[in-house]
Design a protein around this ligand. Sequence first.
Ligand code: OAD
Length: 255
Amino acid sequence: MQIPEPLARSVRDARHVVALTGAGISAESGLPTFREAQTGLWARYRPEDLATPEAFARDPALVWNWYAWRRSLVRAAEPNAAHYALVRLAQHAARLTLITQNVDGLHRRAGSADVIELHGDVMRTKCSREGTVVNAVDAHPSDDALEAPPRCPRCGAYLRPDVVWFGEALPSASLETASEAAARCDVFLSIGTSGIVFPAASLLPLALESGAAVVVVNPEPQPGTDHERAWHLQASATEALPALVEAAWQGRGQV
Ligand code: OAD
């Protein structure tokens, strides 16, 4: 895809680039986004009705088994060209802060370092009472449906995925680092996110208010991004991101 030269220049010249990713960047790795139709067995449930502390209290097995299914999808998925483009962007840019709302670990698997995972990691498990991280995923590698979640070896409470559910607070240190980066960056990339789930959705307006240029990568229009300093690359992440990195640093070493 064609990247306008002024946009390529802003990315190339930025002292600090922030990239915020959402479910859309992993869509082409075969992981369904939150707001598109879920498939198969889980099609009749809405993620918003499963990813909550109330849902877990009401029916722990249902929530555990939904995450077991999502873990199986994540295990089968591979990072795609957009994840790898962000690894290259980190190598070329003066500084990159990579923030993700995804719990799939695909940025790390692609080779990105220091990823700020605002919503946790679906492959990690914690005690639902004490919050201690317990590696139960190794103990239950099959991801089969269970009649009840496994129990914490220390206190006997149910284990749960180490992800942030609706109504829960984000890890405060990660959110603070992400907000500081958004407020200080020159270029803010918003990639594959609907921008409607707060507080992650506050990062883009924060960057705009602080004077950054914003680049939105989304095949769909994204509300709240109509601004003179906002570019919209209306394409898939695997199309737009490699093209952006290529346009910014072409002829300046391997991209
Ligand atoms: P959403 O499912 O809300 O939005 C995905 C966005 O990606 C949409 O705007 C799509 O248009 C866009 N998209 C789809 N395919 C794409 C592609 N190939 N390339 C680029 N963009 C594409 O996902 P998030 O914004 O990540 O939170 O959702 C935010 C949070 O809400 C999630 O982290 C999760 C959730 O419910 C928790 O679990 C706490």
